[in-house]
Structures are given as structure tokens and as C-alpha cells.
Design a protein around this ligand. Structure first.
Ligand SMILES: [Zn+2]
Length: 297
């Protein structure tokens, strides 16, 4: 009798273990693995050089074959009234809210249509019809001011934006930089905005100290972070500092990215070179006239 009781207890225990193990296995298959990578330093070194902004020549071949698209992809960082104690870099990166609204209103008055980075990818494959006068708003780094100030303005004018998130930073702050929490990012996404990767920790893709396996791990984990927090994935990457190398692009593709966004100045995209998308930078203290010139010239 005692033995029988023991045998039943043992069977129940084994069954419970099997169910638990099965559950873990199932759960494991559902959730992409997250690799935690060392956080970056507290300050951004000034790493973007004039060379990074140099326009990329588009081969004549691409033009002849009609494999190009002309579109201003606007690059923003902060949208807010300038914080006191803002240094020169911060001033240049900050478009005051009123100026941002004036820019968006002008685009709206002039019948520009916003598209997403994914739309460009689909267009390159013949799966998206590009509207007349397309424009694209990108916001780097995921600062909270952008979600508070720019997102409602975009919505007001029936536009959407594309946001490059440093996936270890949401909900944290460093100096005058406050990063939007995931809930705010998710809320913007639910309004039609596009969330893409800006790596896990804003590491410099041209710094030789980062090995191929580090790059691969970091970029893959940034996709997992987005998945784990938003339930959606992305295959688009905005390069921190606009920095990349051939080897970096190889690792980015291996991680699953099909599009890489740079800081090369320009509006003409080579649809057969989507890992090197150019943009147009909007400077903090720019006049509306200058902005209009950038778009139309
Ligand atoms: Zn950045």
C-alpha cells in the first residue's frame, strides 16, 4: 500500500515536470532570445563628421533602369522648446515645437503625403504605389519630447513618422536626454507610426573594437527587444552616427535587416542599395524658408 502511494506520488511529480518542461519549451519557441549587451557610456561622443554627411553617388545605371526614388527623408532628433543650458550640439539637434508644426503645416498645405520606410522597401519590390509628393519623417534615438510634442502634430495633419529606438534606453534618462518609455512608443505605434531599430545601445558601427559577432548579437537583440516590448518586429535599422562599414552591413543583413538608414545628405534613393538610404537633416535653428528650400530644390 505504502509503495503504491509512493509510486503514484512519483508519477504525479514526473508528469508535473514534463508539463513544466513542455511549457518552457513552448514559451521559448514563442519568444525570441534577448541577449543583454553592456550599456554604452553616459555621454555621446561627437562622432559624426562632415564625411558622414557626404552625398552618396547614385550610379547612372540605376537612374537609366528607373531604380531610383526621389523623396525627402527628414531627420529629426528632439522636438521641444530648447532646454536651458542646451549646448551647441543640443541646439542643433532640437527643433522647437512651433517650428516643427510650421514645417508640417507647410508640407500639408503643399499636399505632401507621408510614407514609411517599410513603404519604400515594398515600393522597391513593386508592392507599394508611391503617392505623389512623398515625404518621410524620421526621429532618431527615441526621445520622449518627440512622442509628447511631434506625434500629436503629425496626427493632426494626418501624417505618420518613423522612430529609431535605442532598445535598451526606453524609460531612462541621461543628462538632458529623456527616453520615452515603451508604453509611449507603443501608443505612437498604435496610431500608425513606424518603430525601427537604432541598435540596443547606440554603439559606433565604425569603431574596430566592436567585432562582427558583437555587431550581430547587438543588432539581433535589438529586434528581440522591440518584439518583447511591442509584440511586433522590424527589419529596418537606422545607423547610430550614420556609421557603417561593409562588414557591419553584412552582419546587419545576417541579423535580418533589409534596409539601413544613413546620414548621407540626399533625396535620391537607389532602390537596389537599400542598406544605404540617404536623408535630409533638419537643423534646430533652421528658418521655414530654408526648410522649404531643402524640400523643393
Ligand atoms: Zn542616434
Amino acid at each position: 500500500m505504502y509503495l503504491k502511494k509512493k509510486a503514484i506520488q512519483l508519477s504525479i511529480l514526473i508528469l508535473a515536470c514534463l508539463v513544466l518542461a513542455g511549457g518552457f519549451f513552448y514559451f521559448d519557441r514563442q519568444m525570441p532570445k534577448v541577449t543583454v549587451i553592456e550599456p554604452r557610456g553616459k555621454t555621446y561622443p561627437k562622432l559624426v563628421t562632415p564625411k558622414d554627411y557626404e552625398p552618396l553617388p547614385v550610379p547612372n545605371d540605376a537612374i537609366v533602369k528607373g531604380r531610383t526614388l526621389s523623396i525627402p527623408i527628414l531627420m529629426y532628433h528632439h522636438v521641444e522648446d530648447l532646454p536651458t543650458k542646451a549646448n551647441k550640439v543640443r541646439q542643433d539637434l532640437t527643433v522647437p515645437t512651433a517650428n516643427f508644426e510650421a514645417e508640417v503645416k507647410w508640407l500639408s498645405d503643399n499636399k505632401y503625403n507621408s510614407v514609411t520606410l517599410e513603404d519604400i522597401y515594398l515600393y522597391s519590390q513593386g508592392k507599394f504605389v508611391m503617392p505623389k509628393k512623398p515625404v518621410l519623417f524620421t526621429f532618431d534615438d527615441g526621445y520622449e519630447d518627440v512622442f509628447i510634442n511631434a506625434v500629436p502634430i503629425l496626427k493632426k495633419y494626418n501624417y505618420t513618422g518613423s522612430f529609431g529606438i535605442i532598445t535598451q534606453n526606453p524609460g531612462t534618462s541621461q543628462g538632458t536626454n529623456i527616453y520615452a518609455p515603451w508604453e509611449e512608443i507603443k501608443n505612437a505605434q498604435s496610431q500608425g507610426n513606424e518603430i525601427v531599430s537604432h541598435t540596443q545601445n547606440h554603439f559606433d558601427g565604425q569603431n574596430p573594437k566592436f567585432t562582427a559577432s558583437y555587431i550581430f548579437q547587438n543588432l539581433s537583440a535589438s529586434i528581440s527587444d522591440i518584439y518583447n516590448n511591442l509584440g511586433t518586429t522590424t527589419n529596418i535599422l537606422i545607423y547610430p552616427y550614420g556609421h557603417y562599414t561593409d562588414s557591419y552591413i553584412t552582419q546587419a543583413k545576417k541579423s535580418g535587416f533589409v534596409m539601413g538608414v544613413t546620414v548621407h545628405e540626399g533625396k535620391l534613393i537607389n532602390l537596389d542599395d537599400l542598406m544605404r538610404i540617404p536623408r535630409v537633416r533638419v537643423h534646430g535653428q533652421e528658418t521655414l524658408e530654408k526648410f522649404q528650400k531643402i524640400i523643393t530644390e
